[in-house]
Design a protein. Structure first.
Length: 150
């Protein structure tokens, strides 16, 4: 085969440091657009994004030449620097140390986008911690709860 062709669709989720409500609703669209640009600059495509004031979900088609860890280092690092330029209230903004990354099939993309769009409603009933643990169970990720909330 002369070309390398891939389809790597990932659902990423991560929170603000200590799950502090630091993502103001008025900057969400611009934040997601900025993250989309970071993804594009790293040979990947942001297909959808959603979240609340303390965490975000990203649906990303990951490029064939970048590792998830490198992509998320750019997304989190660059977006954290960017958000601090949006006003004094964002001066201490930080993301949590880690992230959740879950591979999904193309057929799950539309349902995941709908889920992202309902985040604010969803989190009136479910905390981020409850949601994240449910995702870990759903995708059968082994974890030690002592180490996931830093």
């Amino acid at each position: 085969m002369a070309s390398t062709l891939t389809s790597i669709l990932m659902h990423y989720v991560f929170s603000t440091k200590d799950r502090q409500p630091r993502i103001a609703a008025q900057i969400e669209p611009e934040l997601y657009a900025y993250i989309g640009g970071i993804c594009k600059g790293n040979s990947s495509k942001l297909s959808a994004a959603g979240g609340t004031s303390d965490h975000i979900h990203l649906l990303v088609s990951v490029g064939k030449t970048i590792a998830t860890s490198d992509l998320l280092q750019h997304v989190k690092g660059d977006s954290s620097k960017w958000i601090k330029t949006k006003g004094a209230e964002f001066g201490g903004f930080k993301w949590q140390e880690g992230y959740g990354g879950f591979s999904i099939g193309q057929s799950q993309g539309a349902a995941l986008e709908r889920y992202f769009n309902r985040q604010k409603e969803h989190h009136r009933r479910v905390t981020f911690q409850e949601e994240f643990l449910a995702l870990l169970r759903k995708y059968k990720v082994e974890y030690d709860e002592r180490y996931i909330w830093s």
